[in-house]
Design a protein around this ligand. Structure first.
Ligand SMILES: Cc1cc2nc3c(=O)[nH]c(=O)nc-3n(C[C@H](O)[C@H](O)[C@H](O)COP(=O)(O)O)c2cc1C
Length: 204
């Protein structure tokens, strides 16, 4: 896969902000260019769960401390979710794909109904119309019929629905293992090689 084309990451107010941080760290380690957008609730839940306010500086410090990965700040841009003039709002933007991680049922519903009123919603709308990869890391439980219908709508529109649903057959021993199980699934879908999760036959 080409490294020049950036990935777009949308962070919303579902639980699981740590998934976004880990994905950004792994992408940064691989040298990918990244654009990041957070919803207002995404920022709030992020601060609540991780104990620090989202900013590029804080993210880099956290990634260095937790994962020993120092993202290159020149490769990451953060856009305001209200900025519909930002590059991801246009079909001319050359993304490899977009990952909404974690994805709330609110954002999932907005994207499923084509409500392009914020940068995340508009970007997801654009990614789908341009027939690029949209990975929706949905998190909610239990799921209502409305959630399930919205997921089916998005799947039929070309998105990958990848619920943040860690497994236990791989015998996780830490929260990091649980997180990496989901990150590995995302990398698999994007055809990015990794060593986070060995293939089933290789587990001893
Ligand atoms: C601590 C916390 C955790 C939440 N977790 C979830 C969740 O896992 N899934 C979900 O759909 N909504 C969750 N919510 C509710 C969303 O944040 C809320 O619906 C919000 O409007 C989503 O907006 P957004 O999609 O613009 O980020 C949570 C809220 C809080 C305060």
């Amino acid at each position: 896969m080409e490294k020049e084309k950036p990935f777009l990451i949308g962070i919303t107010g579902a639980s699981g902000s740590i998934y976004a941080v880990r994905l950004i760290s792994i992408f940064a380690q691989r040298g990918f260019n990244l654009d990041v957008v957070l919803t207002e609730h995404g920022e709030q839940v992020f601060s609540y769960e991780l104990g620090f306010k989202f900013s590029l500086d804080n993210l880099i410090k956290y990634s260095e401390k937790k994962y020993k990965i120092i993202p290159d700040s020149s490769k990451i841009r953060v856009f305001d979710n209200r900025d519909l003039f930002a590059p991801p709002a246009s079909g001319t933007a050359n993304y490899q794909g977009m990952i909404i991680i974690p994805c709330s049922m609110g954002t999932l519903s907005a994207v499923a109904s084509g409500r392009a009123d914020t940068l995340i919603n508009r970007s997801a709308d654009v990614i789908l119309k341009e027939e690029k990869k949209l990975v929706v890391v949905a998190r909610e439980t239990p799921l209502s019929a409305i959630h399930l219908e919205n997921m089916l709508k998005l799947k039929n529109a070309g998105a990958t629905i990848l619920p943040a649903m860690p497994a236990f057959y791989n015998k996780p021993s830490s929260m990091e293992d649980l997180v990496d199980f989901i990150i590995a699934k995302i990398l698999n879908i994007l055809s990015i090689e990794h060593k986070l999760q060995p293939p089933w036959g290789d587990i001893r």
